[in-house]
Design a protein around this ligand. Structure first.
Ligand code: GUN
Length: 314
């Protein structure tokens, strides 16, 4: 039987630790603060940002949601970011992505002070991460989802050092930083992408397989080192894909009556980048939903508190 790695439980554990740290800081008269900037009316972004702001409230972190209209200009956003950079009550700045097409996203992300970049998207933080500066003064704020992947592995007691970790996907937000973090944990790391030849032959070597491709059910059972031939792989599924087509539902979830019920009720369901049938042959895996997803917000909270400390020289 494959072991299910319960992301929600691990996220709850981390949030409890963050809340305790927030209490300690309160005793020193410090209240960490997060500014979440949400442009326009993208429904998914609204849900994410509301959830981030609510989690701040739950943990005692000050937060502010700033909602410029869809028509906001790059210049106006730059002025807003400059204001947040200068504010002493704001430790973390989060610009929810995607931004409208007419806005220069790269210029905006580069304008966020690296010390307040709790998403870890600034090139200075990417550089600190790749240079292995992960703790102490002027260390990296690591991107939240990849940082969450490491927390799941560590807190589940899954060894990383010396293992072959294969990351499928090379995005700046997930694939690349996940590979870097795994390398710093002494894994032997392979990064695969759309031009990789004979992908299954590589993924089958993975002791730890991180799927961050953004394509529903892309990783199939024959791509995984199975329990039959030794310890099965630990499969970390970063994908969150919403499917609405009944044919697609059947392709992934045929015979799963619980899913079918919820699909019939809502008209959609979530599937990761790993085909559900591939989980069955793995040693351990993160489900979708309830795997990596909950960690992203937990790590954002942890980064906000870390940014608050670092900015005060702690
Ligand atoms: N959009 C989707 N995921 C994220 C994230 O982790 N951070 C930000 N800022 N935007 C996102």
């Amino acid at each position: 039987m494959s072991r299910i790695l319960d992301g929600a439980a691990i996220a709850a554990e981390i949030k409890a630790e963050v809340a305790a740290e927030v209490s300690q800081l309160a005793a020193q008269g410090i209240r960490p603060g997060l500014a979440a900037v949400l442009v326009g009316n993208v429904a998914a972004s609204q849900i994410y940002v509301r959830s981030k702001v609510k989690t701040c409230a739950d943990l005692g972190i000050y937060s502010e949601m700033i909602t410029p209209p869809e028509t906001v200009t790059t210049e106006e956003m730059l002025a807003l970011i400059a204001d947040l950079n200068a504010r002493d009550d704001i430790d973390g700045i989060l610009i929810q992505l995607p931004l409208p097409g007419h806005v220069d996203t790269k210029r905006l992300l580069d304008a966020v002070s690296p010390d307040k970049d709790v998403d870890g998207f600034h090139p200075v933080n990417a550089g600190r991460l790749q240079a292995g500066r992960l703790s102490g003064k002027d260390s990296a704020l690591a991107p939240c989802t990849p940082a969450g992947v490491i927390e799941i592995l560590k807190r589940s007691g899954i060894a990383i050092a010396g293992k072959h970790a294969v990351v499928v996907g090379r995005s700046d937000i997930v694939g690349k930083p996940a590979a870097m973090l795994l390398l710093h944990e002494n894994a032997t790391v392979t990064i695969c992408h759309s031009k990789t030849q004979d992908l299954p032959s590589i993924t089958r070597q993975a002791d730890i397989l991180v799927a961050a491709i953004g394509r529903a059910g892309f990783i199939t059972p024959e791509m995984i080192k199975t329990e039959k031939t030794g310890p099965g792989a630990t499969v970390i599924d970063v994908g969150i894909n919403r499917i609405t087509e009944p044919a697609e539902f059947e392709r992934f979830f045929a015979g799963d009556s619980k899913r079918a019920e919820s699909f019939a009720k809502r008209g959609s369901t979530l599937v990761g980048d790993v085909h559900p049938k591939a989980f069955a042959v793995a040693g351990a895996y993160t489900p979708v939903p309830g795997g990596v997803g909950p960690l992203t917000i937990a790590m954002l909270m942890a980064n906000t508190v870390r940014a608050a400390r670092m900015r005060r020289g702690q």
